[in-house]
Design a protein around this ligand. Structure first.
Ligand code: CMP
Length: 138
């Protein structure tokens, strides 16, 4: 069993898509090991996305991530990192496969409805950035 970290982003929360996205997560065999709805501070968003700090979209991305509430999730499944990335689809919804979350719900490459860790190593960092061990129940 592997863990990954997911975010339902402000564009999806604002459009009342939490339930639809959680339904896809659960019906695809993931267990939700932890979940919280919160509003990120600028410091939290900048720290979370620090690997992108030299990218031209960094300021816009971090402002967007603080523009409204998000849902933070720890997901469990065999090969959870790649399974969640597959279920989300490509970062750019125009390139996402049919039936993926981003194809169906994302607005554009930035407002792309969900985040997922890109490796098991980053998942461990991202999970521990937002959740303490006692908040995660397998
Ligand atoms: P995410 O999976 O959260 O990882 C980094 C985020 O940066 C990505 O989803 C998008 O929201 C955003 N992003 C990636 N590439 C671009 C881009 N070219 N322009 C704007 N935002 C981007």
């Amino acid at each position: 069993m592997e863990r990954t970290f997911a975010i339902i982003k402000p564009d999806a929360v604002e459009r009342n898509l939490i339930g639809k996205i959680l339904e896809r997560i659960e019906s695809n065999g993931f267990k939700i090991a932890a979940m919280k709805r919160t509003h990120l501070s600028t410091t939290q968003a900048q720290g979370f996305y620090h690997v992108h700090k030299e990218r031209p979209f960094f300021n816009s991305l971090t402002e967007f991530m603080c523009s409204g509430p998000v849902v933070l999730l720890v997901l469990e499944k065999e090969d959870a990192v790649s399974a969640w990335r597959g279920l989300m689809g490509a970062t750019n919804p125009e390139e996402a496969d049919a039936g993926t979350i981003r194809k169906d719900f994302a607005l554009n490459i930035e407002k792309n409805s969900t985040h997922g860790s890109d490796s098991a190593e980053n998942a461990a960092f991202e999970i521990s950035y937002f959740f303490s061990q006692t908040e995660i129940l397998s």
